[in-house]
Design a protein around this ligand. Structure first.
Ligand SMILES: Nc1ncnc2c1ncn2[C@@H]1O[C@H](COP(=O)(O)OP(=O)(O)OP(=O)(O)O)[C@@H](O)[C@H]1O
Ligand SMILES: [Mg+2]
Length: 463
């Protein structure tokens, strides 16, 4: 039990105050005393006690008014009322007004001790829960979604409005790595479902029959392995949100089932006969164009229409303008937290330019990986070209695609080795014919022979 909690005793009877103060000291609390409403207010303001033992009949007013004031000023302060034994209406009023409990006079110290201990424990627990909730909420809130571009802000605005609405199915569409997961969580945590579960299932990761029992659960005996009844995600998530990731991969029969559930608002466990009412918001996500998938016969059009009543299109990173630099800064800061020694300060100008023009097919996830990689490789403070993956730099070439198909490895390679390797390949391809191999390399036979000799491969040539 936490010790040295500050407790304010408000009672006009000096003897009651003395007796209580003495008991509190014994129980290792710190006690403060007030005999009037005025003194109580002063002590509340200057000392901020955690608990107040509050008498109702005070010479200059009612303890109930003090209670009201405490509950508006600092609602977390615990108030235990001290009441006359027959003062039922006031006791009721006090409890309605937010008092934690009441102790009737004459005060029995043991009762007081237990009530106090319970009150403080309850409050500590409540605080912990509140803290955990706010930490969780902030971790998944929209403020975690970095970006100031107009298209992103519009999207966040839409998502926030949908989050607090009654809408029970939402479709998130966007390329891989654009933040669909992030949006789904933020929508859940900003909705009035936030205190109920958020459960995610990846429709591509499980075979159809498993998804069905994962989602809907099953009854004992529904299939060979069903030794006992199992609740599915829909049941576990009642009141909350289910995230159906990669919905485009859901098997066609299951699409039909899902549609029936969404339309009917009830579901059945596999092998079950009872219709269970569904109170779950479904957020489906896809990086495929589901409309096109419907046209191609791979997705049910009716399910697409049902899901896409509210469709949120998460824009690709390359369309978000300077967001790429804001998000870079965010990831650089994160990387710095992990880094010992030198801190990264930012990007070399050429890198910043490349970042803004790069196509980011892996979107924010790709950017995150690039920064993480650079922070590991870079010894200095600035991310330079040398620490970017080779294909990023290749892609930047304004002279178009690489016509040779030859790519410099990330860590570089001696030119001599490349020559020797290509000479060897030419010889292999031509079955060791020096003339033909030389022709492939556009050099003379003698030049090729010389190169092969230098690399120690000459003996292999059958010429
Ligand atoms: N705007 C953003 N600000 C900060 N971090 C972001 C942002 N968008 C995405 N991220 C981060 O990028 C990574 C990829 O995002 P996420 O997993 O949400 O993408 P996704 O759209 O679900 O991709 P996939 O289609 O591959 O499942 C995550 O680490 C996420 O936290
Ligand atoms: Mg995802």
């Amino acid at each position: 039990m936490p010790s040295r909690e500050k407790i304010l005793i408000v009672d006009d009877d000096r003897f009651v105050r003395m007796a209580l103060a003495e008991a509190l000291r014994m129980w290792d609390y710190e006690s403060l005393e007030a005999g009037t409403v005025a003194e109580a207010k002063q002590a509340l303001a200057s000392e901020e006690p955690r608990v107040v033992l509050l008498d109702i009949d005070l010479p200059d007013g009612s303890g109930l008014d003090v209670l009201t004031e405490i509950k508006t000023e600092s609602p977390e302060t615990i108030v235990i009322m001290i009441t006359g034994s027959v003062d039922v209406p006031n006791t009721v009023a006090a409890l309605r007004g937010g008092a934690y409990d009441f102790i009737s006079k004459p005060i029995r110290l043991e009762e007081m001790r237990v009530t106090l201990r319970n009150a403080i424990e309850t409050r500590t627990l409540r605080r912990q829960v509140k803290l955990a909730r706010s930490e969780q909420a902030s971790q998944f809130s929209f403020s975690e979604i970095i970006g100031q571009s107009e298209c992103l802000l519009k999207m966040i605005d839409l998502a926030q409005r949908v989050a607090v609405s009654e809408v029970t199915s939402i479709l998130l569409h966007g390329e891989t790595g654009t933040g669909k997961d992030l949006f789904a969580r933020a929508i859940h945590h900003c909705s009035d479902r936030a205190n109920a579960p958020y459960l995610a299932i990846n429709c591509a990761a499980l075979p159809g029959n498993l998804i069905e029992s994962e989602l809907f659960g099953y009854e004992k005996g529904a299939f060979t392995d069903a030794k006992q009844r199992k609740e599915g995600l829909f049941e576990q998530a009642q009141g909350g949100t289910i995230f159906l990731d990669e919905i485009g991969e859901l098997e066609i029969q299951l699409q039909a089932k899902l549609l029936r559930v969404l339309e009917g608002g009830t579901f059945r466990r596999v092998g079950g006969l009872k219709d269970i009412p569904l109170n779950v918001r479904i957020i489906a996500a896809s990086n495929k164009d589901l409309k096109r998938a419907s046209a191609e016969g791979n997705f049910r059009l009716d399910l697409y229409f049902r899901l896409s009543v509210i469709q949120i299109d998460v824009p690709p990173l390359r369309e978000r303008g300077d967001d790429v630099l804001l998000i870079t800064r965010h990831f650089v800061e994160k990387a710095n937290l992990k880094r010992r020694g030198k801190q990264l300060k930012g990007l070399a100008p050429a890198v910043a330019k490349l970042f803004k023009n790069y196509k980011w097919t892996g979107n924010v996830r790709e950017l995150r990986n690039v920064i993480e990689r650079a922070s590991i490789l870079e010894d200095g403070e600035i991310v330079t070209m040398a620490h970017l993956p080779a294909d990023m730099i290749d892609a930047q070439g304004s002279d178009g695609p690489n016509p040779t198909g030859i790519r410099l490895p990330d860590i570089g390679v001696p030119l001599k080795t490349v020559e020797a390797e290509l000479a060897r390949q030419a010889m292999t391809r031509t079955g060791g014919n020096l003339t033909q191999a030389a022709r492939l390399l556009d050099i003379s036979r003698d030049q090729l022979r010389y190169k092969l000799k230098k690399s120690g491969d000459y003996e292999l040539s059958a010429d």
